[in-house]
Write a protein that binds this ligand. Structure first.
Ligand code: PMV
Length: 318
């Protein structure tokens, strides 16, 4: 019935300020060169959702698998806006491991908004893509700060503050970013609730950790802007300490963090919601990056070498 529209959006790595950002503090985030792709085509009627990487499929029959709920929401909202009596077939592919802290669900949501809207002939601004992707994210975790769908939509490097907007950070020196993945993780919502309970139990102490995290993220953005990667690395180490204090790291993540530092990384920390997932190490040059990759492997993690992606959500092949 129609040609396909493919759109993609990048994942992300938080260099400073995860969790604190939920409480209104700034957070420094970079888009990465691993993307989620969503392909949409029009069909006679109904909705078909297909995520072969996750082994999930739904065509309106039976119970909707929970991870596909954000796609359904996006499709229904955009169909309503387009006032079109058509069906949609939507297929997702992702280079980002799901639930790893690399922003896979937000990348899928941003790419889906762009792909489905374009297939329906709607022209959305980047801000509209972000807002609908954020609404979809709310189905996955209840209180998202919005940092993941924003960076997936806009790309580049951003200092983000919930409700206070964001600033693009211009980068002089492209950092070498090495990720170590544990292979599994607790859901973001579980980790965010855990921090919430700790805050309730120790409001003054935990509140001051949040504020320190905010100052740290602002200084990290300034260091990156100046190209002072040593300072940025030091701030990442400090940030890891704050996340450990909040109970967000695990032995496996800590092992990779220490291994990366010993191998010469400028700094290393947990990234994302924690409870497993990923750590990130910053390296001065390719040779150190290679040593850090080996150190992560020895610490039984899965290494990934990443670069910044300055482009956010985009249509493919047009
Ligand atoms: O879901 P993750 O691992 O990408 O973490 C997102 C960052 C948090 O600050 C933990 C949550 C949020 O909504 O900002």
């Amino acid at each position: 019935m129609s040609s396909k529209v493919v759109a993609s959006a990048p994942g992300k790595v938080i260099l400073a300020g995860e969790h604190f950002v939920v409480y209104g503090e700034p957070s420094l985030v970079v888009a990465i060169d691993r993307r989620a792709y969503v392909e949409t085509s029009l069909k006679e009627g109904g909705l078909r959702l297909d995520a072969p990487d996750l082994n999930l499929y739904w065509d309106g029959e039976g119970k909707l698998p929970k991870p596909l709920a954000p796609l359904k929401l996006v499709a229904e909202k955009l169909l309503e806006e387009a006032v079109k009596n058509v069906g949609l077939s939507i297929k997702v592919k992702s280079e980002l491991p799901p639930s790893s802290g690399l922003g896979s669900s937000a990348a899928v949501a941003s790419a889906a908004v762009l792909s489905i809207s374009a297939a329906l002939g709607l022209e959305l601004s980047k801000d509209e893509v972000f807002k609908l992707a954020l609404e979809a994210e709310r189905l996955v975790h209840l209180n998202p700060s919005g940092i993941d769908p924003l960076i997936s939509t806009m790309g580049g490097v951003i200092l983000y503050r919930r409700d206070g907007g964001y600033v693009n950070v211009e980068v002089k020196v492209k950092p070498i970013i090495i990720i170590g993945y544990t292979g599994s993780r607790e859901p973001t919502g579980v980790m965010v609730s855990r921090v919430g309970r700790l805050y309730e139990a120790y409001p003054k102490i935990v509140g001051s950790l949040f504020r320190s995290g905010g100052i740290l993220a602002t200084e990290a953005a300034e260091a990156l802007k100046r190209g002072d990667l040593r300072k940025l690395g030091g701030l990442m180490d400090l940030n890891h300490g704050l996340l450990v204090a909040l109970g967000l790291s695990t032995i496996k993540v800590d092992k990779m963090v220490y291994a990366a530092r010993e191998a010469g990384a400028l700094g290393a920390k947990l990234t994302g919601a924690g409870g497993g997932g990923c750590m990130v190490a910053l390296c001065i040059d390719e040779a150190t990056g290679a040593r850090v990759v080996e150190a992560i492997e020895r610490a039984e993690g899965e290494p990934m070498k990443l670069s910044l992606d300055l482009e956010g959500a985009r249509r493919e092949g047009c």
